[in-house]
Design a binder for this molecule. Structure first.
Ligand SMILES: O=C(O)CCC(=O)C(=O)O
Ligand SMILES: [Fe+2]
Length: 223
């Protein structure tokens, strides 16, 4: 399931983040890529050593946790490995799959990948996120403050930026529900029961779907 989420950040939060980000604190993106992704990763990312990296990471992480759609759709256990990336003209990230496990001694699994846009589409040319599927590919270039969320198992790439600068935050979710199909079933059931609740209140149908949603989550969740 690939979906976009609007208004992850407030305009004030975006302003705060973009005021802080300083190109001189950005280092070669190859440093955090897997051995094969390194071959195609041509971007820069914020060093962990900058004194504001932790603060911005916490701000974006908190914004994701409070977003109702993000939570229902991804069932996060942990949001991790967040990076602030910067692509200037000539930079791109070729086709790759994200590492399944991230970390060095203790590992976190990547079930869901996300790109949160910090730049507006008019700020740069090119730079689309392209997600490949068995039936073709789709490109995404969202407004600043919106995020695109997709299964970490998909091949994807960032097209070359030809003008301007593309700023994004990327992060990964270890989900309580590892299997994308099971997450989609839970998401559909939750959407259906909320719609019934809106239209008719707490009916018997609402209760039965809630019961099924809850029992499937109990079966599938890894806590
Ligand atoms: O910048 C993006 O939209 C995605 C980047 C990416 O695929 C990655 O950092 O693994
Ligand atoms: Fe990636």
């Amino acid at each position: 399931m690939i979906f976009s989420i609007d208004d992850v950040l407030t305009p004030e939060e975006l302003q705060h983040i973009t005021d802080r980000l300083d190109p001189k604190d950005f280092i070669d993106g190859k440093l955090t890529a897997g051995w094969h992704a390194k071959l195609v990763k041509h971007n820069t990312q914020l060093t962990k050593k900058a004194d504001y990296t932790e603060e911005l990471t916490q701000k974006v992480t908190a914004a994701l946790w409070r977003h109702p759609l993000f939570k229902v759709a991804t069932q996060p256990k942990t949001i991790h490995s967040m990076l602030f990336s910067r692509y200037e003209a000539g930079m791109s990230y070729g086709s790759h799959v994200d590492n399944a496990l991230m970390g060095s001694r203790s590992f976190l699994r990547s079930d869901v990948s996300l790109t949160l846009f910090l730049s507006d589409p008019t700020d740069y040319e090119g730079g689309e996120l392209v997600i490949e599927n068995t039936d073709g590919e789709r490109t995404y270039k969202l407004p600043a403050r919106s995020a695109i969320v997709y299964p970490s198992g998909a091949l994807h790439r960032v097209a070359s930026v030809t003008q301007g600068v593309r700023w994004v935050v990327v992060a990964w979710v270890q989900s309580l529900v590892r299997d994308p199909m099971q997450r989609e079933i839970l998401f559909d059931l939750d959407t259906a029961r909320r719609s019934i609740f809106q239209q008719s209140g707490k009916t018997i149908e609402f209760d039965l779907i809630s019961k099924t949603h809850s029992n499937l989550l109990r079966r599938w969740a890894e806590v």
